[in-house]
Structures are given as structure tokens and as C-alpha cells.
Design a protein around this ligand. Structure first.
Ligand code: CA
Length: 235
């Protein structure tokens, strides 16, 4: 598989933390969740690392050598929007308010549980991806037209009924033309929770969508997931 396709599948997290045991533990846990992780041990190298890697999320310690977390947060948020989960050793409300006012999306006070951290990382990424979705009221995929406003689907001009989850699934893929989405991503983003039967649920919905909209609408990328290759926003 081409490196670019792989890169787009793996979410990247930058951890900026000067306490090495914490940085390593956080990185190890994030990697075990499938994220690519880079670590910086001080403020300036953290800013430089973010500029270079353009991560999907930043875990940022408040008290850092060089530049503190507040300044780091300001600088990286000035460049481009990225969710920031701030870590603080101090539990005072002042820290919390200052941290939130500079653009951190969430905060955790040390010591924290890794489970909690992972839950918050996933939640922040979901929120960021939802808000980053382009506003494309009408999207055309070949002879299929999706209208996000009315939630209507037409094939060759004829209305076709999709269930809400089928519509959301097609719309999610169409909003990211050419990008492969894993079943796990689709479960998290479209269903929004863990479905007991997991991957099979996604597969059966894709089958139904193909039956209704045509077999070529969604491409299967074996061992990875699904993609809609070409979708165009309509004026
Ligand atoms: Ca620190």
C-alpha cells in the first residue's frame, strides 16, 4: 500500500511532556490503541514537532521547560486547529480556566488513569472530525445524489429510501472521497458507540447500501475497510 494511504489511516498524537516516565507511559498506551505517537520533552521542541508532523491531537503538559503549556497551546492553535488535551499537576481552578481559555479542549489532573486518558483522546478526535466535516449539502457520487439537508437520496433522479444509519454511513464516506475508513472508525463515527457485533454490522450495512444504490458505490479495501472513490459537491 502507498505510504500516503497508510498515513491517512493512522491518527497521529504528539505528547509534549518533560516527565519521561509519564511521556513514555502515555505514548505506549496510545500506540497500543493504534495511534502513531511522537514525544517532545520541552515547549519549543513541542511546537516544532507539531509544525512538522501536523498531528491529529496533542497531549500537552502545563509545566514545561522553555515554554509553558499555555504558550505552546497558543502557538500551535494559532497555526491550525488541533484538539489539545492538557495535563496539569495542579488541581486549582485557576489552572483549569487558564488552560481552557487558551484553546485546550480538555484537561486532566495528574495522576490520571490511562483508561480515562484514552477515552478522552477518542472523544476529542471524534468531536474534531465531526466539526471538520465540510458543509456539502448535496453530494453526487456517479448517478447517486445525496442531500444532507433533506436526507434524501436519488439514483438517476429516482428517490431511494435509506435508513438513517445507512444515509449517515454513505454520507460519511462520501465526505472523504478517496480515503479508506476502517470498520472501527465507521463504528465510532457513524454509530457513535461500540456495537456488539462490530465489523459484521458495518459489512451488512454496506451490503444493503450496495443493493440500494449500486454495487460500485463503495469500494472494499481488503483487510482495511471501505472507501467511496469519487464524490463531488453540487452547487
Ligand atoms: Ca511538567
Amino acid at each position: 500500500m502507498a505510504p500516503s494511504a497508510r498515513d491517512r489511516l493512522v491518527r497521529t498524537v504528539v505528547v509534549i511532556e518533560d516527565e519521561q516516565p509519564i511521556a513514555q507511559a502515555v505514548a505506549a498506551r496510545l500506540r497500543s490503541e493504534g495511534f502513531a505517537v511522537d514525544i517532545a520533552a520541552d515547549g519549543p521542541s513541542g511546537v516544532a514537532l507539531c509544525a512538522r508532523t501536523r498531528p491529529d491531537l496533542v497531549v500537552l503538559d502545563l509545566m514545561l521547560p522553555g515554554l509553558d503549556g499555555i504558550e505552546v497551546c497558543k502557538r500551535i492553535q494559532n497555526e491550525w486547529p488541533v484538539p489539545v488535551l492538557m495535563l496539569t499537576a495542579r488541581d486549582s481552578e485557576a489552572d483549569l480556566l487558564v488552560g481552557l481559555a487558551v484553546g485546550a479542549d480538555d484537561y486532566m489532573t495528574k495522576p490520571f488513569s490511562m483508561r480515562e486518558l484514552i477515552a478522552r483522546v477518542h472523544a476529542l478526535m471524534r468531536r474534531a472530525e465531526r466539526s471538520a466535516e465540510p458543509v456539502q449539502p448535496v453530494v453526487r457520487i456517479g448517478d447517486v445524489e445525496l442531500d444532507a439537508t433533506t436526507r434524501r437520496v436519488r439514483v438517476d433522479g429516482e428517490l431511494v429510501h435509506l435508513t438513517p444509519i445507512e444515509f449517515d454511513l454513505v454520507h460519511y464516506l462520501a465526505a472523504r472521497p478517496g480515503r479508506v475508513s476502517t470498520r472501527e472508525e465507521l463504528l465510532a463515527q457513524v454509530w457513535g458507540y461500540d456495537v456488539p457485533s462490530g465489523a459484521r454490522t458495518v459489512d451488512s450495512h454496506i451490503r444493503t447500501i450496495r443493493r440500494k444504490l449500486g454495487s460500485s458505490i463503495v469500494r472494499t479495501v481488503h483487510g482495511v475497510g471501505y472507501a467511496i472513490e469519487e464524490a463531488h459537491a453540487c452547487a
